[in-house]
Every structure is written in structure tokens, then in C-alpha cells.
Design a protein around this ligand. Structure first.
Ligand SMILES: Cc1ncc(C[n+]2csc(CCOP(=O)(O)OP(=O)(O)O)c2C)c(N)n1
Ligand SMILES: [Mg+2]
Length: 512
């Protein structure tokens, strides 16, 4: 009631707290402002566990406000009462449990609130989730009153260190590998220094098609770097990851965009700061950069030449169509875990619009809600797998919510978890067992599900149909669910092989 009475706050009401959490994550991603999530006590608070994990790993500012019972109602069978102290463990930047709210202590509230705000907003470290557990005693009604006078923010915001004094490049062949947490500006500084920049699906302006190119051993030999620079998270590409291990080139992590992922322990030096285009000693080899760029351009041209309105869709096509539409219409894009983040990273042109994916914890839970949160009040595009839609089907209960807007959610429907067909298990188990444990196909009619919630749904099989429905969907208010029928999961594996092979052929033939 207090939040709803504040004109400066926008209140979204959602039934499922898990979906609410991921919707809030989407709002925070796109607005870059902390978003508060207010829930009742009990399992409602537990429903936020997954989003707190994602927000922790992806450094997204969330203020989790859980109501609680007063101390005397704990352990005596009171309803909706669970242990909420440190419910999210060490995943939150700060936990506060000030006890039952009492007016005679109102003067202490601002200190608690500002400590939480500063930690969530990243004024004292990386942004992330914080948790206020707020106990109330009956009667659970009150009149919202004026807030105590605001205080000037004490901790100044962190100024980004944009130079890396310890690093000298002096014309070497630099391969920069970037991922979650790295913004467009950082990529532009790297590019201006003639560094080759490859990145994950969320990275913008990075070099497209690096994964299929690196599957070609001849190409690999020609692009051995002198120096690898790592910033932020990691791309999903195993091919890149393996190649980085094999090259065992000097690898420098720059921590200016947050922690640098290094599961293979290949980082040899870790430095603060981020590169700046004006530092002459950071300049890389322009011939090296041009070589990569030309190869990528050739691949892009070849891929584009394969496309046409009548072409039957496959998963790489869908990824390309969605990325191209997000660039063309200038709308943000949310990409689901599993094959969508991979197909976008490997086969789509580089991203021009803000692009998000829950790559902190890589969950398939909550992606539809995140896409709706990003699009709410404006326009947005999403690309998810069929199981990812089913997992977060309760996102459809509240859709875009009070803010409205337009969202086109494209679902690549391969009837199950397509990613698992790329695993060795696919060859080890008989088909029935594999399908039961890994493929997990579900026969639900996705179009009918969307329609049951009152949304427009369109099923498409060609590139032309997909492009057209994205354009009309972005032009009308509300959610449009687009079911893209794609080949079977086994056929998808074969298509990836064929495509990778063709890309290496196309790159070789251009050279001869
Ligand atoms: C919450 C959660 N549960 C399970 C997983 C493991 N997982 C990764 S991909 C995947 C299947 C996704 O299927 P779908 O959304 O259809 O995408 P596809 O693999 O077909 O591209 C699963 C279950 C996960 N990442 N997150
Ligand atoms: Mg699927």
C-alpha cells in the first residue's frame, strides 16, 4: 500500500513471484535502475531464489523486500511462516532484518534503506540483489506517511578506470574475448585499438561467426594471437574455449567490467581497468584485425545469399531473423538459454540493439518473464526454446502488465531440448531412454496455450512469414507469440554440421 501510494514508483502486480522476479530483472536490465520486488511471507519469498541467483551472477540491481511474521509467531505453526533469515545465503550483497517495524524507531529506517540501496546500485562494489526482511505485527494495515527527509548520497559513484597502465600491446595480434557485463562502449574502445573482439550473444558490435570460423584448422593457424584479453563473462562457444586452451597464449584479464570468468584457469594476469582508445601503446595489429573482419564479412555475405522469403526455417535462420529484426527496428532483444544463445552467438550478424540473456546462471526459468520485463512500456523481441516457454508459462498470466507495450516472442519449436542432441549421451542411450531423460518432448499446443491467455499467436515455417509477423507484432500493442516450426532435433545437429562445413568452404574458396 505504501509503494502504491508513491507517485514516483510504478507498481506492477504479478501473481507468480518467480515470474515477478524475472520480470523485475528485465526491468532492471533495460532501465539500469534498481527494481524492488515486494512479496508476502513464506514460500512466496522462496520463489525468488532463482532470480536472486541470476541477479547475483549477472550483477543486476534488485531490492528484495520480503514481509515476515513477528518473532513470536515463528515456530508455532502460524500460516505462511518459514525461516527467512539469510534466505538467499551469500547471493545477496546485503541482508537486513531490522525486526518488527515500530514507529518509535522510524528514524533508523533511512539508514537501513540507504545501505541496501547503495549496495544494490553498485556504489560499493558490483551491482546486485539485496534483501530486506521486514516483519510486521497485526493489524497489518496502516497509513503511508511522509518519508523522512532525504540525505545527500554519501558514497560517490565509482569512476571507471579506463586505462590499463600495466599493459602494453605495441602492434601485437590481440584477440579480446568478451561476455556478460561488457557494454558497447568498451567493445568500441577495443575495436578502435584494432583488437579483434569476439563475444557472447549479449555483446554488441563484436565479430560475428567466430565459432564456425574457429572450427576450421587452417583458419585457426592463421589467426593465432600474440595476446588474449578477457573482459567480463565468457561466450558459450566450446570451440573458442578449447582453442584458447590449445593456443595457451598470454591471457590478461581486465576486471574493469566486473569479475572475469575463467573456469579453465587460463588467465595468466589479472589487471584492473578497461582499455581506452587513446592509449597508443595499447594499439594492436591492424592487419590481424582486417584478416578476421574480412573472413567474417565473407561468411555473412554467404549466409545472407542462402536466405530468401521462401526458405524453410531452421534454428540458425530463426536466430538470424530475430537479430536482424532487433537491429532493423531498433528494439531490445532477450535471448533464451540453450540453443538460442548459441545460434545467435555463432550464426547471427553482430548485435546492434541492446541484447540480454540470463547468462549469469544460464537458467531456462524466467526467460519469458525477463523478455516481458524488458519490453514493457516500449517494444521488445524475445527468442526462446519451446521448453523454455513451457517452464515459464506463468509469465503469460500477467503478460506485459500495467505498462503495456509490444512484445514479439519467437519460440523455436523443436519439440524438446534440442541442445541435448549435441551431447555424447545422444549416441549412448537408446532413443526412447534419451527422449525420456534428455529430449523431454512435450506435446502441448503452444499456439493454443498463448491463445488461452488471450494473446495473438502465429505459426510460421518460412523466413518471409517470420519477418512479416515480427514486423506486424511490433506494430501492435500486446504480446504476440510466434511459433517457428523448425526441423527435428536430430536434423538440427546435421544442419549445424552442414553449415559449419559450408562456412569453412566459403572462407577457403574466397582465399583461393
Ligand atoms: C531452470 C533450469 N532447468 C534446467 C536447465 C537445463 N537445461 C538447459 S537447456 C534445457 C532444454 C531447453 O529446451 P528448449 O527451451 O526447448 O531449448 P532448445 O534446447 O530446444 O534450444 C534444459 C532443461 C536449465 N538451464 N535451467
Ligand atoms: Mg526446444
Amino acid at each position: 500500500m505504501a509503494a502504491a501510494s508513491r507517485s514516483e514508483l510504478r507498481v506492477h502486480v504479478r501473481l507468480d513471484e518467480r515470474s515477478a522476479g524475472f520480470f523485475a530483472l528485465g526491468r532492471a536490465l533495460v532501465t539500469k535502475t534498481p527494481v524492488a520486488i515486494v512479496v508476502t511471507s513464506g514460500t512466496a519469498a522462496a520463489e525468488l531464489h532463482a532470480v536472486v541467483a541470476e541477479a547475483d551472477l549477472a550483477n543486476v540491481p534488485l531490492l528484495i523486500l520480503t514481509a515476515d511474521r513477528p518473532e513470536e509467531l515463528h515456530g508455532v505453526g502460524a500460516p505462511q511462516t518459514i525461516e527467512q533469515g539469510h534466505l538467499y545465503g551469500e547471493m545477496v550483497r546485503r541482508f537486513e532484518d531490522p525486526g518488527v517495524a515500530q514507529f518509535d524507531q522510524a528514524s533508523t529506517w533511512r539508514d537501513v534503506a540507504s545501505a541496501l540501496w547503495l549496495d544494490a546500485a553498485g556504489r560499493r562494489g558490483a551491482c546486485g540483489p539485496v534483501h530486506l526482511n521486514a516483519a510486521f505485527r497485526e493489524p497489518l494495515v496502516g497509513t503511508p506517511c511522509d518519508l523522512p527527509a532525504p540525505r545527500r548520497a554519501s558514497a560517490g559513484s565509482v569512476v571507471r578506470d579506463v586505462e590499463v597502465p600495466e599493459l602494453t600491446v605495441n602492434g601485437q595480434r590481440v584477440l579480446a574475448v568478451v561476455g556478460l557485463g561488457v557494454d558497447l562502449e568498451t567493445v568500441e574502445h577495443c575495436l578502435a585499438l584494432d583488437w579483434v573482439v569476439v563475444g557472447d550473444a549479449t555483446a554488441r558490435s563484436t565479430l560475428a561467426y567466430f565459432d564456425p570460423l574457429l572450427r576450421d584448422q587452417e583458419f585457426v593457424k592463421l589467426v593465432t594471437p600474440d595476446l588474449v584479453v578477457r573482459i567480463g563473462g565468457l561466450p558459450a562457444s566450446k570451440v573458442l574455449q578449447e582453442q584458447l586452451k590449445r593456443w595457451s597464449t598470454r591471457t590478461v584479464a581486465l576486471r574493469g567490467a566486473g569479475d572475469v570468468a575463467d573456469p579453465d584457469r587460463i588467465v595468466s594476469e589479472s589487471l584492473g581497468g578497461l582499455p581506452h582508445r587513446d592509449v597508443a601503446s595499447l594499439r594492436g595489429s591492424s592487419t590481424y584485425a582486417a584478416f578476421w573482419r574480412e573472413a567474417s564479412t565473407r561468411v555473412g555475405e554467404w549466409l545472407a545469399a542462402q536466405e530468401g522469403d521462401g526458405v524453410t526455417l531452421d534454428e540458425p535462420h530463426v536466430a538470424r531473423a530475430v537479430v536482424e529484426a532487433s537491429s532493423h527496428f531498433g528494439v531490445p532483444l532477450v535471448i533464451g538459454s540453450s540453443m538460442p544463445v548459441r545460434d545467435v552467438e555463432w550464426f547471427s550478424p553482430s548485435r546492434e540493439s541492446p541484447t540480454f540473456a540470463n547468462r549469469g546462471a544460464n537458467g531456462i526459468d524466467g526467460v519469458v518473464s525477463t523478455a516481458l520485463g524488458v519490453a514493457a512500456g516500449d517494444r521488445g523481441l524475445g527468442l526462446v526454446g519451446d521448453l523454455t516457454l513451457l517452464h515459464d508459462v506463468s509469465a503469460l498470466v500477467d503478460g506485459l502488465g500495467e505498462l503495456g507495450g509490444s512484445c514479439v516472442l519467437v519460440v523455436a519449436n523443436n519439440h524438446g531440448g534440442g541442445i541435448f542432441s549435441f551431447l555424447p549421451q545422444a549416441g549412448l542411450l537408446n532413443e526412447e531412454r534419451f527422449e525420456q531423460l534428455f529430449g523431454t518432448p512435450r506435446d502441448h499446443n503452444l499456439a493454443a496455450i498463448a491463445e488461452a491467455f488471450g494473446y495473438a499467436s502465429v505459426t510460421v515455417t518460412t523466413r518471409g512469414e517470420l519477418d512479416a509477423v515480427i514486423a506486424t507484432g511490433l506494430d501492435r500493442p500486446g504480446l504476440t507469440v510466434v511459433i517457428a516450426q523448425v526441423p527435428t532435433r536430430q536434423e538440427n545437429v546435421r544442419r549445424h554440421d552442414v553449415l559449419n562445413h559450408a562456412i569453412s568452404q566459403c572462407w577457403r574458396s574466397e582465399r583461393s
